[in-house]
Ligand binder design. Structure first.
Ligand SMILES: C[S@@+](CC[C@H](N)C(=O)[O-])C[C@H]1O[C@@H](n2cnc3c(N)ncnc32)[C@H](O)[C@@H]1O
Length: 353
């Protein structure tokens, strides 16, 4: 079977699966029968969905890029995608499940969202297998598993990966999980698993304190919007503006929808749905982590697309950790790049098309 990363990468060291995925598939081969209802959670690039396809799994993900990776890899391996059910954890599974295979997410908050979803959709005699690399194990994740399951066991490590085996779900329907974050005179709501659960991220705050929004900025994009805080603060400065919110995670988009009553929302991982020269202003605290990998390739591709969708003389304002050193990359794309760096840790770039 051939499994490729989406989006593709130039790095030869980044892989599309690891030994935690292999361990999960071995477990399925030994313990799952065709009569069982199977669900897969957080299948990074589709290794699990491709190998377990014959069990007709229900596939749960929050991310558009993950959904695309799964579909592309099924197609690459000539497996049918019609009838594949891809579900997000804000809705229920179509059928109760007997057995779950999950790749443990980096974020414990997202892990909790998934566990909460699982216990609402799992047969009471069901089993959950969670695969992870031992170097990524955290006591927080173990505590989370014990909050939702009375029986939590771990296998021995094989090729530096291990499984957690969860049984006996703790009873009682669990509610949807939403954090409330106070910032300035507003309260932002966000589903568990959305970026920066406890406070508005400090880099984001620094960008907001330095936003330059004028009354002629009528069409604004909040790129990688999370709970929508950047776009919402820009809208406060120019209430005439139409603000668009885009994020790879549906839980982020649904959070932004809770916080902004008059935005336009896109659950997408690229800017293909926007025309050339469409925006006066694009704002972002862009992603530079992909799970446990540090990877700025995704952001650099987005920056090239930002240039395309900006109007002439339109502005791209973004914040980043100083050490990422985006300036030379941005200078290759934009007519001018001005930086504001009176902060010890973060830097703001204002780029003009
Ligand atoms: C650093 S967080 C910023 C979130 C929010 N703007 C804030 O400041 O709190 C980056 C966001 O980008 C999103 N993201 C990652 N890759 C993306 C992509 N390819 N397209 C759109 N959004 C993406 C992530 O889901 C995450 O919500």
């Amino acid at each position: 079977m051939k499994i490729e990363r989406y989006p593709p990468t130039n790095s030869t060291s980044l892989q599309a699966w690891n030994s935690a995925d292999e361990l999960l598939v071995q477990q399925a081969d030994n313990h799952v029968t065709k009569q069982m209802q199977l669900a897969i959670y957080h299948d990074t690039f589709g290794y699990l969905s491709c190998h377990l396809h014959s069990f007709n799994p229900q596939v749960v993900t929050v991310s558009k890029s993950q959904e695309k990776a799964i579909i592309r890899n099924l197609q690459l391996n000539k497996q049918p995608v019609d009838g594949l059910s891809i579900i997000n954890p804000l809705g229920d599974l179509e059928k109760k499940t007997d057995v779950v295979f999950m790749k443990m997410p980096k974020s414990n908050d997202l892990f909790e969202l998934f566990l909460n979803h699982i216990i609402n959709n799992l047969d009471e005699d069901g089993t959950v297998y969670v695969g992870f690399m031992t170097r990524n194990f955290s006591s927080g994740a173990l505590a989370m598993a014990k909050k939702y399951f009375d029986s939590v066991e771990q296998t021995k490590a094989i090729k530096k990966a291990r499984l957690m085996i969860l049984r006996k779900p703790v009873g009682g329907k669990k509610e949807s999980l939403i954090h409330k974050i106070e910032y300035q005179d507003l309260v932002f709501q966000q589903y568990y698993g959305v970026f920066s659960a406890n406070n508005i991220d400090y880099a984001t705050q620094y960008l907001i304190e330095n936003l330059k929004v004028t009354e002629s900025d009528l069409n604004i994009l909040d790129l990688g919007c999370g709970n929508g805080v950047i776009g919402i603060m820009a809208h406060k400065i120019n209430p005439e503006a139409q603000v668009h919110y885009i994020d790879d995670q549906n839980i982020a988009i649904e959070s932004a929808r809770l916080n902004s009553k008059d935005g336009t929302f896109y659950h997408q991982d690229n800017l293909d749905s926007f025309a050339d020269n469409e925006f006066h202003l694009v704002l972002s605290n862009p992603p530079f982590h992909f799970e446990h990998e540090n990877n700025i390739e995704i952001s650099l591709n987005l920056f090239r697309e930002v240039h395309r969708i900006l109007k002439k003389n339109g502005s791209f304002q973004m914040v980043a950790n100083q050490h990422l050193n985006y300036k030379p990359h941005l200078q290759k794309i934009f007519k001018s790049v001005h930086s504001v760096n009176n902060h010890a840790k973060y830097i703001i770039y204002r780029c003009l098309k």
